[in-house]
Design a protein around this ligand. Structure first.
Ligand code: AMP
Length: 453
């Protein structure tokens, strides 16, 4: 009797566990994104363009780990920056080390430049980097917690031509992807010229009770990093900054000369830019040229709600991080935002795949033979596709149409016996019988004929 009782008691327990498991539905984390099949063609396009341009301008690919010591970012990005104070994914690993998921690429690249003694290489060293960054920011349109950037850096070149090369590359990247952009540019000078400017800026905010009208964040910034008062997007801060002194009026001779040269180059290259006195960028390490890339909205004016990319010069950072004094500059472009812009324009994408050939089969014997033919054609370099899991010829030809195949090769029982194969032109529907032995020559001939049309 007690045995029976036990069994009765266990049953509902198991059921309950089963039901619980069945009800768990995992979803991706907030602010994270899956890239599904249809979107991938845009990724291919954008990454191909970035890679092609980086190579054309002499940048070499580099990859760095996703995790770095937290101190790297505290020292470079800056302890007072929004990224470090609010947005980093930081945790203690199993060895008790405080590490962070990278929130931007530049600090790792500076670390790599120093760690691998790249000052021994011929200068400048031009790096191309592509990968995910992580920022625990408030998710919204165009702002993810995992985003992908392509990033270019030039180490060991002080001349304005380096700044211009980066801006030109960024500009060409967007133009060639048919995204209309305007470059927003400013110079925030060096430490010396900024000193006098910051005194004037603080005086300005003290006048007419402007300081008391600032948002909570800016009330802190005015003490810690007053330059950042200029790029706050809060309405009341925008009002308060009207008629604020402009840093370009306070540049020292060498910073002014540097900036003028950058602008002269941009004029000559016919790059659409806007001198934006409020552009300062949020990070501690920038000096002299800073720039952002803004999409031009359809009405015709640049609206800087979300930048597509940005960067600037950071001549003091390599030394500050323990390296030799090395002038440098760089920029990063957001891949997700770029893709959103391309998709908004509804530009049809050309298939990069070239002429596809579809191999269809009917019946078990034909399927076996088709495997061998498929491998032979693929190894010979033809772009051949198949649907070997399907039995129906109709379904297979529908698939051939869906992928835009130029020709289908159809192999049935009869063809296996005869050593032939049917060659079907997918546009006209005309079919002809071809000898299996001559299949490669015949495909070649037909593709060439087709090109001539
Ligand atoms: P930043 O380093 O913040 O200047 O970022 C450079 C570019 O990366 C931006 O202009 C965006 O295109 C992109 N980006 C930065 N943060 C995010 C994010 N949280 N989500 C999506 N894209 C981002």
């Amino acid at each position: 009797m007690p045995r029976r009782k036990n069994i009765k008691m266990q049953k509902p327990k198991i059921k309950e566990v089963k039901e619980k498991n069945a009800s768990i539905l995992f979803s991706r984390l907030k602010g994270m994104k899956d890239i599904l099949f249809d979107e991938y063609k845009y990724w291919d396009l954008v990454i191909k363009k970035a890679t092609e341009l980086a190579r054309a301008y002499g940048f070499r690919r580099i990859e760095t780990p996703v995790l770095e010591n937290t101190k790297l970012y505290e020292r470079s990005t800056g302890k007072g920056s929004d990224i470090v104070t609010k947005e980093m994914y930081t945790f203690i690993d199993k060895n008790g080390e405080k590490i962070s998921l990278r929130p931007e690429a530049t600090p790792s690249l500076v670390r790599a430049y120093i760690e691998h003694g790249m000052f021994n290489l011929p200068q400048p060293v031009k790096m191309f980097w592509l990968g995910p960054i992580f920022r625990h920011d408030k998710p919204q349109a165009g702002r993810y917690r995992q985003a992908t950037q392509f990033d270019l850096e030039i180490f060991g070149e002080e001349a304005p031509v380096a700044d211009v090369l980066l801006i030109l590359l960024a500009y060409n990247f967007f133009c060639e992807l048919q995204v209309n952009v305007q470059i927003q540019i400013n110079s925030i000078g060096c430490e010396e010229c900024r000193k006098e400017y910051l005194v004037k800026l603080l005086e300005f905010y003290k006048e007419r009770g402007r300081r008391s009208k600032l948002c909570g964040d800016c009330k802190k910034r005015i003490v810690k990093n007053p330059l950042r008062l200029l790029d706050c997007k809060e309405e009341k801060c925008l009002e308060a900054r009207e008629e604020a002194p402009q840093i370009v009026d306070y540049l020292c001779d060498s910073c002014r000369e540097h900036f003028i040269k950058v602008l002269e180059y941009l004029d000559e290259l016919d790059i659409n830019y806007n001198l934006n006195p409020y552009l300062v960028r949020g990070l501690d390490y920038y000096n002299r040229t800073v720039f952002e890339i803004w999409a031009i909205e359809e009405e015709g004016g640049a609206q800087g709600k979300l930048a597509l990319g940005g960067g600037g010069r950071y001549d003091g950072l390599v030394k500050y991080m323990g390296g030799r004094p090395t002038p440098a500059c760089g920029f990063a472009v957001g891949i997700e935002r770029t893709i959103t812009k391309i998709r908004e324009k509804n530009i049809p994408l050309k298939s990069e795949e070239g002429d596809l050939i579809f191999l269809a089969q009917l019946g078990e014997q034909a399927r076996r033979k088709a495997f061998a033919i498929f491998e032979e054609l693929r190894r010979a370099g033809f772009k051949v596709r198949q649907a070997f899991t399907k039995d129906s010829l109709k379904v297979q030809l529908e698939e051939a149409n869906r992928i835009g195949a130029k020709f289908s090769l159809i192999l049935g029982q009869k063809e296996v016996m005869d050593g032939t194969i049917l060659f079907r032109d997918m546009d006209s529907g005309i079919q002809e019988i071809v000898n299996q032995k001559r299949i490669k020559e015949d495909i070649e001939k037909k593709l060439n004929l087709n090109k001539g049309k």
